[in-house]
Design a protein around this ligand. Structure first.
Ligand code: FES
Ligand code: FES
Length: 168
């Protein structure tokens, strides 16, 4: 007897997002990015290509950067998720956000959430990356506007801010 779930039926999924418990019923085929945006209301996670190429939908899942458009929502059961909305502390920007602001790291900013989440994952693993290491880590995130140099400058500014220095 088959144990598969018909696509029109829903199943429960529960995870933590930005420190808050979240649960909902979803069709098994729903992407995690859609559930984050449409069910949890966290629209800061952007959707560009929706097939794993652009990185705009990057979130942290149990501390690791993942493309939420490539995950099915039920796969997130029991995990801890951080989205771009989880970075700032009230009105206080996260140092990575402050750094990108100071370095003029974005233009239209559509790509920003993905870049910031990838940067957070990098700096938590390696607080002092070289510019080449930053370039390599962020090579899976695409930006149509900046030419990337100001984004790299922003990450280097974030490194200084997060290690107690100034943004200059
Ligand atoms: Fe997920 Fe482009 S929207 S990688
Ligand atoms: Fe526009 Fe990156 S700033 S896509």
């Amino acid at each position: 007897m088959s144990t598969s779930i018909p696509m029109h039926e829903t199943i429960g999924v529960a995870f933590t997002v930005n420190g808050m418990s979240f649960s909902t019923d979803v069709e098994p085929r729903r992407s995690l990015s859609d559930v984050i945006r449409e069910e949890a209301g966290l629209t800061g996670t952007h959707l560009g290509c929706e097939h794993g190429v652009c990185g705009a939908c990057t979130i942290l899942l149990d501390g690791e950067p993942v493309r939420s458009c490539l995950m099915l929502a039920p796969q997130a059961e029991g995990t801890e998720i951080t989205t771009i909305e989880g970075l700032a502390d009230g009105d206080q920007l996260h140092p990575i956000q402050q750094a990108m602001h100071e370095a003029h790291g974005f233009q239209c900013a559509f790509c920003s959430p993905g870049f910031l989440m990838s940067t957070l994952a990098l700096l938590e693993r390696n607080p002092h990356p070289t510019r080449d290491e930053i370039r390599q880590e962020l090579s899976g995130n695409l930006c149509r506007c900046t030419g990337y140099e100001t984004i790299l400058n922003g990450v280097e500014t974030a490194v200084r801010l997060m290690n107690g220095g100034s943004g200059e």
